[in-house]
Design a protein around this ligand. Structure first.
Ligand code: AMP
Ligand code: ZN
Length: 141
């Protein structure tokens, strides 16, 4: 895949062909406000080079996006009064990804904001966890 996909809305934002409210940029990344913010200051961090998702992004661009996310997170806490930040990446349409140019969501959190975990924490089945561990690690235990 070329660095720029002419059909991709985030490539168009990086190239300045579509408007965005940029909050940060460097040689490798651009960060701009999400048009559908989960909370005030919700920012999308993208690599300048087009790549679809977490599985295809280069290690260098992934690192650059995370460092940019750290800058944006610090600013949300210092300037917006956020009490914390959630980082989110959706990888694949089955995991809510809708724009197929890798991005990190930086979601500032505020006291009493309405966001909740998308799952209900509960104790897992120990045998199932052990079986999953064996599959994922390649170590039958
Ligand atoms: P995802 O569902 O993880 O792929 O997230 C895509 C995000 O991009 C969503 O939160 C959208 O609100 C956001 N988005 C889509 N188009 C734009 C745009 N033109 N400017 C800013 N954010 C956008
Ligand atoms: Zn793109």
């Amino acid at each position: 895949m070329a660095d720029h996909d002419p059909e991709c809305i985030f490539c168009k934002i990086v190239a300045g062909e579509l408007p965005s409210l940029r909050v940060d940029e460097d040689e490798d990344t651009v960060s701009f406000l999400d048009v559908n913010p989960a909370t005030p200051g919700h920012t999308v961090i993208v690599p300048r080079r087009h790549t679809a998702d977490l599985l295809s992004i280069s290690a260098a661009d992934l690192a650059a996006c995370n460092v940019a996310a750290q800058r944006v997170a610090e600013r949300a806490i210092d300037r917006l009064g956020a009490v914390g930040v959630n980082l989110l990446n959706n990888c694949g349409s089955g995991a809510w990804q809708t724009v197929f140019h890798f991005h990190l969501h930086v979601i500032p959190r505020y006291a009493d904001d309405p966001l909740r975990l998308p799952w209900i924490p509960a104790a897992g089945d120990r045998d199932e966890i052990a079986a999953t561990h064996a599959t994922l690690s390649g170590n039958p235990g």
